[in-house]
Design a protein around this ligand. Structure first.
Ligand code: GLY
Ligand code: MN
Ligand code: MN
Length: 430
């Protein structure tokens, strides 16, 4: 891991909060992710499952966490299972969690080797009535692959058919949506790394560079600042590529007069950042580009003001739609008749701004959070309006990450990342 150690107080508190929501006589199990194979003996880099990380800080494969608050054995209220390490493994694979180190990282006193799992787990299962399974209930999930968690659930249901089953997801969705100050500091670090990457790109960009050159500039800056790399596959979309919303080829030349829509963010200590900026290839925006850019920026600033406790995500989107509609009329892209005749299920503004304005952000870029419950202090949201104009050969999106405060405007984690036209032009023409 490149990141600095995290204060285990975070994980201790997260477990305490989770256990406070569990039913009597129950235990909950959380599995790490698999290491994904790419063929032969090759694998993808390991990415920890965010839930076991959130509850333990353990950032290693083949790890299982069991929470059993009513355990008759106090040593079994929190148990972490990790792969047995030894000198031979250390020589071939490098340092892995020892029992002592696992305790330091997580604050969990009882650490067993994974080989002992079946025996210990049987004992604990005979002492409880309900088991919480960690099914993936994210509102955007569309995963076909069977995870280690899925395999565990299948096997456990077969072995323990008389237990009651419960879901961890609703508890985690609510807990993870409200960030602790330690998490906000980690998100700030991720955003600060993104800032340095973006400033490097501003200095680097000129007509003739390739989109992947910009991607490489970001990555260089991210890695040397202890980031694990991009939080998600970056979009570096020049000219009309910006109008393909999920463009990730990043293989075209950036041409004089075009804009580049950049949607890229660093990950730090498994925490994401999610930034969009749109910059001119030659360092100067045209008047038309400026007009559209400033319209998007005004929508972003107005939308941000609505991210306060009590706001409902759905109603917020309706309000942002109204602001966008008036900007599009101002730009001559819509007229009043378009709006009068619009389909309420797909309002006229959607022709130019067809995606959502905000999503929760945290350990996952599209983080947990229950969208039909009112916003609350500690939620972290993106704000990311855009206007996409294929007929004019450009698209603009601006995206910041903000923390909802108990009162007043949200705190912008990306306040230091250049966004005003003058600042971007100055930095590109230094
Ligand atoms: N970069 C993904 C998103 O903006 O939602
Ligand atoms: Mn984004
Ligand atoms: Mn986003």
């Amino acid at each position: 891991m490149k990141y600095h150690p995290i204060d285990p107080k975070l994980f201790i508190k997260n477990r305490k909060n989770f256990m406070a929501k569990m039913k009597p006589s129950s235990l909950a199990v959380f599995n790490s992710n698999d290491i994904f194979t790419t063929g032969a003996d090759s694998t993808m880099p390991f990415k920890q499952h965010r839930d076991i990380f959130y509850l333990s800080g353990a950032d290693q494969e083949n790890t299982i966490l069991v929470l059993f608050p009513d355990s008759p054995d106090p040593a079994h209220r929190e148990v972490l299972f990790v792969t047995e390490t030894n000198e031979h493994i250390a020589i071939w694979e490098g340092e892995k969690l020892t029992k002592e180190r696992a305790t330091e990282v997580s604050g969990i006193k009882t650490v067993y080797w994974l080989n002992d799992f079946d025996k210990k787990f049987f004992e604990m299962m005979t002492q409880c009535d309900t088991i919480y399974f960690n099914t993936n209930e994210h509102y955007r999930q569309a995963v076909e692959m069977e995870s280690r968690e899925d395999r565990f659930i299948k096997k456990t249901k077969a072995q323990y058919p008389a237990h009651n089953y419960a879901k961890s997801a609703p508890i985690l969705q609510r807990l993870r949506a409200v960030k602790d100050q330690i998490e906000i500091d980690l998100l700030q670090q991720a955003c600060d790394i993104t800032n340095t990457g973006f400033r490097r790109v501003l200095e680097f960009t000129k007509p003739g560079v390739m989109e992947f050159d910009l991607e490489a500039e970001f990555l260089h800056e991210f890695i040397r600042r202890r980031s694990d790399g991009f939080a998600y596959t970056p979009i570096i979309a020049s000219g009309n590529n910006a109008n393909v919303l999920h463009y990730i080829e990043n293989n075209q030349e950036c041409k004089d007069g075009d804009l580049i829509l950049i949607d890229a963010g660093a990950q730090y200590a498994n925490y994401a950042s999610d930034m969009s900026r749109t910059i001119p290839v030659n360092g100067r925006y045209t008047d038309r580009q400026k007009d559209v850019y400033n319209a998007v920026l005004r929508v972003k600033n107005e939308a941000t003001k609505m991210l306060v406790p009590g706001t409902l995500w759905k109603e917020y989107h309706v309000e942002v739609g109204k602001i966008m509609t008036s900007e599009l009329i101002g730009l001559g892209l819509l007229d009043k008749t378009d709006v009068q005749n619009e389909n309420p299920d797909w309002p006229a503004y959607k022709k130019y701004f067809m995606h959502g304005t905000s999503h929760h952000m945290g350990l996952d870029t599209h983080d947990y959070g229950i969208l039909w419950e009112p916003m609350q202090a500690g939620n972290v949201f993106t704000v990311e309006p855009g206007i996409y104009l294929p007929e004019e050969g450009f698209g603009i999106r601006l995206e910041d990450d903000v923390v909802i405060n108990s009162s007043g405007e949200p705190f912008n984690l990306m306040r230091d990342i250049p966004i005003e036209i003058e600042e971007i032009e100055d930095l590109m023409n230094k």
